[in-house]
Ligand binder design. Structure first.
Ligand SMILES: CCCCC/C=C\CCC/C=C/CC(=O)SCCNC(=O)CCNC(=O)[C@H](O)C(C)(C)COP(=O)(O)OP(=O)(O)OC[C@H]1O[C@@H](n2cnc3c(N)ncnc32)[C@H](O)[C@@H]1OP(=O)(O)O
Length: 292
């Protein structure tokens, strides 16, 4: 897997920033400061043109505004570079993504809360409607927002059997927004979505496979990447424009929902999440996670 420097340069603002800083600082000091790790890494394979995009926010890849923003920029960069495909995975050995960063929603000032949600909306839309094939190589737990990212890809390969996936919002006393529901219904159908979402159930990888929530189960990350590459390779001979327009047509409900309801959706989020009862619930949940 080779990193195409030209592509990375245009994809990761962070990469340009750190290169610039470290080379200029080297003139003045012996020890340049260690550049910050990007929150999302991207490696583009020269031969296939497929990008492996790796979430890299230890310990659990919780989705905060900077990470979402970086992911969105990478997806846009891949679009601009007419990418052949994208595999989304995690640098953690046990967690794909713990979902939305609860700290972003807990006692947050309204402007930050609003920036967080609008970044989530636009990042989701960029991923969901991306023209290139997308696969989630789910190499760890994928609750809530982690499951949403997976569902927004076209194919899901999960490392099993011990990791779990699902939209568990109701268990937390919060509500999965309509576009989360559309994503789940795209994949599972109406009845299974209702059952899964009203209970907030998390599924083990074998359960998810049986239900169709994931498409394949493998035993490690390398196998997951190989399976993902195989899925993407089948589109090599399909004209990209026909593929893109077909994907948009199939996903029209979700795309249209978001385009038409961005402001209402933001308002619903703000109204719900700022309620005292909800804030208390998030606080208790965070405390229970920290106590473990
Ligand atoms: C109809 C109108 C609707 C309008 C909209 C309204 C409402 C809003 C909808 C909001 C939707 C939200 C979707 C979400 O994604 S909410 C987030 C849900 N996520 C979870 O429930 C997962 C919680 N985490 C876990 O279960 C576990 O951490 C794990 C992923 C299984 C990994 O376990 P483990 O490896 O054992 O790691 P720890 O549990 O010890 O965690 C390490 C560390 O990380 C902190 N942490 C974990 N998850 C989160 C998180 N999501 N956000 C922030 N921080 C998190 C955890 O507290 C530990 O911190 P310390 O190291 O400080 O102890």
């Amino acid at each position: 897997m080779a990193v195409v420097f030209r592509t990375c340069k245009s994809l990761s603002k962070n990469a340009i920033f750190t290169r610039g800083i470290s080379s200029s600082l080297r003139l003045h000091s012996q020890k340049p400061p260690t550049p910050p790790e990007p929150l999302v890494n991207v490696d583009v394979d020269d031969k296939s043109g497929v990008a492996v995009v790796t979430l890299n926010r230890p310990p659990v890849n919780s989705l905060n505004t900077p990470l979402l923003s970086e992911l969105k920029n990478i997806i846009k960069g891949l679009e601009d570079n007419k990418s052949r495909g994208m595999i989304l995975t995690s640098s953690s050995e046990t967690v794909f993504s713990a979902g939305l960063d609860l700290m972003e929603m807990y006692n947050a000032p309204k402007d930050k809360l609003s920036a967080f949600w609008t970044t989530l909306q636009s990042t989701w839309l960029a991923l969901y409607r991306s023209s290139f094939p997308t696969v989630a190589a789910i190499n760890g737990h994928a609750p809530a927002g982690g499951c949403l990212l997976s569902l927004s890809c076209e194919y899901r390969v999960m490392v099993g059997p011990k990791f779990s996936i699902g939209l568990n919002e109701t268990q937390l006393g919060i509500v999965a927004p309509p576009w989360f529901v559309i994503c789940m219904r795209d994949v599972l159908g109406h009845r299974q979505t209702e059952m899964a979402l009203t209970s907030g159930r998390m599924f083990s990888a074998p359960e998810a496979l049986k239900l169709g929530l994931i498409d394949a189960m493998v035993t490690n990350k390398a196998e997951a990447i190989t399976e993902a590459q195989k899925f993407i390779a089948q589109f090599a001979k399909i004209p990209p424009l026909a593929r893109k327009l077909t994907k948009e047509s199939v996903r029209q409900e979700g795309i249209k929902y978001m385009e038409d309801n961005m402001i209402d959706d933001l308002q619903m989020f703000m109204d719900l999440v700022t309620q005292e009862k909800i804030q208390k619930g998030i606080g208790l949940y965070l405390a229970s996670l920290k106590k473990k």
